[in-house]
Design a protein around this ligand. Structure first.
Ligand SMILES: [Zn+2]
Ligand SMILES: [Zn+2]
Length: 322
């Protein structure tokens, strides 16, 4: 099959990658379109030491599986879990000790004609969610995980650092959960800040930001080490920093401000798919205009290059267009 594969430190497009094997509890999905995420770009730099088909954000159609899923348009959760370990048995499936992760660790990804996934990972989409909306379900679920971990109330001053793909979803997700009017997006791209302002969310340019330790909750979606340093400068004493970025660290980080100011740091990863699907269906989170480029799978290498550019938000691969 056609696929975009990362191997020996290099991404390449191939027309002869083997189709994924489908285990008993799995379905086979024909991928319709897929989104390129910052995590994919980090993998290209060596994150997780992954090799195989890239990609984990997708929408597709089930071609092999039980009758209730066959021919259904679906999205899929990215953690494939054992169901038996201590984490799984205590309800923390996403932290399964034996887990593989779609396109990130030990499970081939979605920048390919077909992908296999456990049945339990698959969520059927209603007609209310278009394919172009559905490629945002996975990152939006990750954004919604924050409100599972931290309660956001109207009295809280909340700032999201980073106006990239995840920042724009996160700030909307937080605004929709009790933060409207008190959530600010901090970024450096005028057009992205404007997108937010059109949604009634205040955007502040990094150049205009006054760094004072006065924010109750700081969410780092910057995807860079600088974002964490900025978060430390913005969070109030006894405040909370939520880390959403995964980056390959190259410099030591000074943690002493966290001790002195008694800061709570919360790592935050994958989140609830059903809630993300509902938020998109009800237009509580708007993704219209966030797709800035699209490429056929055969031009996947160009698409990855495009996704690295600062003026891009979401780059989408149209898989079944050759
Ligand atoms: Zn992602
Ligand atoms: Zn497990």
């Amino acid at each position: 099959m056609r696929a975009l594969v990362f191997e020996n430190g290099q991404a390449r497009y191939t027309t002869s990658h083997p189709e994924p094997a489908v285990k008993d509890n799995e379905v086979l999905i024909a991928v319709t379109c897929a989104g390129i995420c910052s995590t994919d770009l980090e993998i290209l730099k060596g994150y997780m030491g992954y090799s195989g088909v890239l990609g984990h954000e997708f929408v597709g159609v089930v071609v092999k599986g039980p009758r209730d899923l066959k021919d259904k348009r679906v999205v899929g959760e990215i953690n494939c879990v054992c169901g038996k370990c201590d984490m799984c048995l205590s309800g923390l499936n996403n932290h399964c000790r034996e887990r593989t992760t779609l396109g990130i660790k030990g499970h081939e990804g979605v920048f390919a004609e077909y992908v296999s996934l456990p049945r339990r990972n698959v969520h059927v989409l209603s007609d209310a969610v278009s394919n172009d909306q559905a490629v945002f379900v996975e990152p939006l679920a990750a954004a919604l995980q924050i409100v599972k971990q931290v309660s956001i109330e109207p009295r809280h001053k909340v700032i999201v650092i980073g106006d990239g793909r995840l920042g724009l979803l996160t700030v909307q997700a937080l605004a929709a959960h009790g933060g409207k009017g008190n959530v600010v997006l901090l970024g450096k791209h005028q057009e992205k800040l404007l997108f937010c302002e059109k949604r009634g969310i205040q955007g502040t340019h990094l150049d205009d930001m006054i760094f004072r330790p006065e924010w109750d909750i700081v969410v780092d979606c910057s995807g860079s080490e600088a974002g964490f340093a900025d978060a430390c400068r913005l969070v109030r004493p006894r405040g909370k920093i939520v880390l959403k970025s995964t980056w390959v660290a190259t410099a030591p980080v000074d943690l002493s401000p966290l001790v002195i100011n008694e800061i709570t740091v919360i790592g935050s990863r994958c989140g609830p798919f059903p809630e993300a699907i509902n938020a998109l269906a009800a237009d509580r989170v708007v993704v219209n205009g966030l797709i800035t480029s699209r490429f056929p799978l055969a031009e996947g290498i160009e698409a990855l290059e495009q996704a690295k550019k600062a003026n891009q938000i979401k780059v989408v691969l149209d898989i079944n267009q050759g």
